[in-house]
Every structure is written in C-alpha cells, then in structure tokens.
Write a protein that binds this ligand. Structure first.
Ligand code: PAF
Length: 286
C-alpha cells in the first residue's frame, strides 16, 4: 500500500469515487477536517470505518469560518503529512479542494442559523463562525452524499449546530460524534496546540482539570453557580483570559442552574497568550 492516502481535488472526482463504491454496495463515511491532523482526527476516521466500508477524509481550511484577524493565513497546512497519517488507518480517499473549487466566482449562498448557533458561547466571540462552518459542511455533505459523517465532541457547539442544520435541511447523512482525545496530562488534542509556547503548554491542562473538577462536584450535588464560579477562578489563576465557562443543557445549550435541569455539559473557551483553547465535558450520571 502507498504510504500516502490517495487524494483528489475536485468534487467531480470525489463523486465518481462515491458512485463506484456505492455501485459495489458499499457504505460511505465522511470525516470533514481542516487538516493538521492529530490522533483525535484519526480516531474519527476509525469511528467512520465502524459504520462504512469506505472512508473519505476532507481537508479544507475553510476561509468563511475565520473572521478577519483570526488565524486563517497561519493555520497549519500539512497535506503530505496528513495523507501519511490517513494511510496508517487505510482512509480510502482524501478530498482536498482548492478555495476556488468550494467557492467559485459568483458563490453567494450562506446558511443562516438559530438554535444552538445562538447559545451565547462561541457565537458571542466568533459571531460569523458558525455560518461559515454550516455552509461548508452543508456543501461537503451534499458533495459526498455519504451515509455517515463524523465530527469531534471537542467542538461541542459546532457538533450541535451541524446536527441541527443537517436535520433542518433534510440532509440524509447520519451525523455521528467522536469523543475528544487528550494528551496524557488532559489537554484536549487540537491542531492549534502547536501555537502554544512551552510555558503556556505547561499551564494548558489546568483548563481540563478545572472542568473535570467542576463536573465531579456538580454530579456530587454542589450548587452549579458556585462550582462554575470556582472553576473560573482556578482557570484565571493559571493565567488564562477567560471567554466563557458555562454549564449548559447538553442537547439545547440552554443555561441550567440545577442538576435536575437535564443532562449537563460544561463548556469553556479561554486564551493563553495568542492561543485560544476550547474544551467541554459531560457532567456524569444523568
Ligand atoms: O472542525 C473543523 O475542523 C471544521 O470546523 C470543519 C467541521 C471541518 C468545517 O470546516
């Protein structure tokens, strides 16, 4: 087998692959990514493989989900290394389109979102982000016509936005979630972790530790408001600039104040230097 997963760059080539495999009675799994792949992405490919005979990974740094001043131009682009990693799990195809393939001249359609996209979490700090994500994911799902598509729980609000969008637009692909993979010290794997200085990397696991402590204490019956305010102090005390630390209903992202308000997810975003980290955890037991 080649040491790099095969790559195509046009929608037509990807569709020809899907047509041929479907014709042979096989199911198709899709794993949309922006590349700079790490073990978390690879686990999503493995999850897709549990539901489909053929797996396509897409690699596209989507300009429309970055606001001016965000890290679009410096976002790591590592296609050759990504294809090697994908070959280790026998991904069947990589779809790596150019910007002009996804957004040809005259492109003028954007998905408009409410619901989980307006939960006052990521959207408060990145107001145009989810429209860009939903638009590109709607395109990828329509282009590939896959049976299943897998997204990481690490971007929890994104996962709910994509699920809602696919349901509302009658996109017939099952949207599946893959769990967050973590470094041994608890830091959630992210392509953006490469931006962390050595000093910030040493402090970064505090975010996960604070969320894990908060989840345990809420599960143990302590008051949500108090626990979240203590978690904020711990995170700020380690040198983070906090965007949000919130306990929300795990399915609707509505604010919760009591354990009985439903399955609860704690979500956080905080900055260490120029690097913005996000993480989330389920409160166990309900
Ligand atoms: O999570 C990501 O990597 C991106 O937001 C996605 C879903 C591939 C859309 O560009």
């Amino acid at each position: 087998m080649s040491s790099k997963a095969p790559v195509v760059h046009t929608v037509g080539e990807m569709r020809a692959f899907v047509r041929a495999r479907r014709g042979a009675g096989e199911r198709i799994g899709l794993v949309p990514t922006m590349g700079a792949l790490h073990a978390g992405h690879i686990s999503l490919v493995e999850e897709a493989r549990r539901h489909a005979e053929r797996v396509i990974a897409t690699i596209f740094v989507n300009p429309t989900q970055f606001a001016p001043g965000e890290d679009f131009s410096r976002y790591p682009r590592t296609l050759a290394a990504d294809r090697e990693k994908l070959a280790t799990v026998a991904a069947d195809l990589v779809f790596a389109p150019a910007v002009e393939e996804m957004y040809p001249a005259g492109f003028c359609t954007t998905v408009t979102l409410e619901g989980p996209a307006r939960a006052d979490l990521e959207d408060r700090f990145r107001p145009t982000h989810f429209a860009g994500v939903a638009t590109v994911v709607a395109k990828l799902l329509n282009q590939a016509q896959a049976d299943v598509a897998v997204f990481g729980e690490k971007d929890y609000q994104q996962l709910l936005v994509i699920r809602t969008m696919a349901r509302d637009l009658d996109i017939p692909t099952d949207i599946l979630a893959g769990p967050t993979l973590r470094d041994p010290d608890g830091l959630a794997m992210s392509s953006r972790n490469v931006y962390l200085s050595a000093e910030d990397r040493a402090r970064a696991p505090v975010l996960h530790r604070a969320l894990a402590g908060a989840a345990r204490r809420i599960a143990g019956g302590e008051t949500i408001g108090h626990v979240i305010s203590e978690a904020r102090k711990t995170i700020a005390g380690a040198g983070f600039e906090i965007d949000y630390v919130e306990a929300r209903h795990a399915e609707t992202l509505a604010p919760v104040s009591r354990r009985e308000d439903g399955p609860i997810r704690i979500l956080a975003a905080a900055r260490l230097g120029a690097t913005r980290l996000i993480d989330n955890l389920a409160v166990p037991g309900k």
